[in-house]
Design a protein around this ligand. Structure first.
Ligand code: COA
Length: 332
């Protein structure tokens, strides 16, 4: 057997403020019926004063406890909403978790960030650079949403999910069975926060400031999400030697229930194999897959020995997939 990165712990964190569709309908020209029927979202959680790092620390602590460890060699934090443009949020999270002087860095791949983070940490483990890693997806999109924009405000939620990876064997439950990652920067315009980066700052000082809010062209994003996730999933299934029909649970990026169902249709996978968490938390970007895993494992939807397929899609554009046989771990 060859060395592999093995899932050994799982944790999550949600902010305390529950935001219902009805609440959003009071300030926006929208309705619970529209949001539910077009997205599948019933509610989401938004921070009240907490930061992305705060949520990451809580989810990370839960994942370490779930794994039964108090140390790891590496922290990878996937986020589009870091605590500051500089420095990265991961070192502070590592320090607050008392992990010592470990390597720690952020990954920015928007909604694909968690799968990119898993791939990065797994590569470190497989190369023998580290023996263990904490991979966290954490977001506070409520801090970059335009409260007047009904096309984005109703979709996104805040939260964090985390896993511990350990060095192990390719044949054991929890081993990550390969990755498919990709990008298409020619369509970076589809999901953008225009202001705050180096391009916006090179504008003349008398130019109007670039927008700081998140913008998205929903329709083309929807089409790309379905095509890219389905193709990426096919690639990783081929690598794992699995047929789509042998997948017990498909944990896709929680953008829209119609996207998850369309990916299932393209893969010829029963729609009931798709794990759905967006009804509870909305689209939490890099946190969406580990949050969905936590919920599904906590509710007994994922059982030890199940074949689980993960597929993500996000701004960039970026996408990524991996597969594993579910291990016997608690979700905290
Ligand atoms: N409430 C009520 N009406 C809304 C609305 C809201 N919150 N948001 C948009 N609408 C309106 C539009 O203005 C449009 O009205 P018009 O026909 O008068 O112009 C109508 O609803 C249809 O809009 P459309 O954009 O065609 O809807 P849609 O069925 O494509 O659904 C999304 C919109 C955003 C839900 C859908 O495109 C989507 O989920 N895209 C992927 C988004 C995503 O999660 N991306 C994250 C990164 S992966």
């Amino acid at each position: 057997m060859t060395g592999a990165a093995v899932l050994g712990g799982l944790g999550s964190a949600l902010p305390s403020r529950l935001v219902t569709n009805e609440e959003l309908s009071e300030s926006l020209d929208t309705s619970d019926a529209w949001i539910r029927s077009r997205t599948g979202i019933r509610q989401r959680y938004w921070v009240r004063g907490e930061s992305t790092g705060d949520l990451a620390v809580t989810a990370g602590r839960h994942a370490l406890k779930s794994a039964g460890v108090d140390a790891v060699d590496l922290v990878v934090l996937a986020t589009t909403t870091p605590d500051h443009p500089c420095p990265a949020t991961a070192p502070e999270v590592a320090a607050r978790l008392d992990l010592g002087p470990v390597a720690a860095y952020d990954i920015a791949a928007v909604c694909s960030g968690f799968v990119y983070g898993l791939a990065s940490a797994a590569a470190h483990i497989e190369a023998g650079l580290v023996d263990s890693a904490l991979v966290i997806g954490a977001e506070t999109y409520s801090t970059i949403l335009d409260p007047q924009d009904r096309t984005t405000s109703v979709i996104f939620g805040d939260g964090a999910g985390a896993v511990v990876l350990r060095a192990g064997e390719a044949g054991q439950c929890g081993a990550l069975l390969g990755f498919d990652l990709g990008s298409d920067g020619s369509r970076r315009d589809l999901i953008v926060v225009p202001g705050g980066g180096s391009r916006a700052r090179t504008a003349p000082v008398d130019a109007p400031p670039a927008g700081r809010y998140f913008t998205m062209q929903g329709k083309p994003v929807f089409r790309h999400a379905v095509e890219r996730m389905a193709q990426s999933a096919r690639n990783v299934l081929a690598r794992a030697g699995w047929t789509p029909g042998s997948v017990d649970s498909f944990v896709g990026h929680q953008a829209n229930v119609r996207i998850l169902h369309a990916v299932c249709d393209q893969l010829d996978l029963d729609r009931d194999r798709a794990v759905t968490d967006l009804d509870r938390v909305g689209n939490t970007s890099a946190a969406s897959i580990p949050l969905a895993l936590s919920r599904a494992a906590g509710e007994g939807r994922l059982a030890a020995g199940d074949r689980v397929l993960l597929a993500a899609f996000g701004g960039g554009l970026t996408w990524g997939s991996t597969a594993l046989v579910w291990p016997d771990i608690p979700a905290l």
